[in-house]
Design a protein around this ligand. Structure first.
Ligand SMILES: [Zn+2]
Length: 111
């Protein structure tokens, strides 16, 4: 009878420590997952979604957007897109970007 109680007690103790270990392991896995997710997100910060090169913050008039330094892909917020759609802002912006590209190409050619 005494040994049965002792066995019950050790089983309860074993179960308790098993649960505690499991909780600690789960916490460690959660922390590692969050760390990896943050690293993945920050690795893509200001990187082009098309080619993976760096994107540069560009401003023209009151318009702000990101432009890829490699493939010229443009990333713009919905708010900026609404502003660009007013009047001839988008058309002017495209002309400005084309002029900038032409000037850069001429500078490269003369260097
Ligand atoms: Zn790109």
């Amino acid at each position: 009878m005494y040994t049965d109680r002792l066995n019950d007690h050790s089983l309860l103790e074993e179960e308790y420590f098993y649960k505690k270990d499991r909780e600690l392991i789960d916490k460690m896995h959660d922390a590692e997952y969050k760390k990896q997710e943050l690293l993945a997100r920050t690795a893509h910060y200001h990187k082009c979604g098309c080619c993976g090169h760096d994107m540069k913050e560009t401003v023209h008039d009151d318009l702000q957007f990101l432009q890829c330094q490699h493939c010229e892909n443009v990333q713009v917020s919905m708010e900026m897109l609404e502003v660009m759609s007013q009047g001839k802002k988008l058309k002017n912006l495209i002309s400005e970007l084309q002029i900038r590209k032409q000037v850069e190409e001429e500078e490269k050619a003369s260097a």
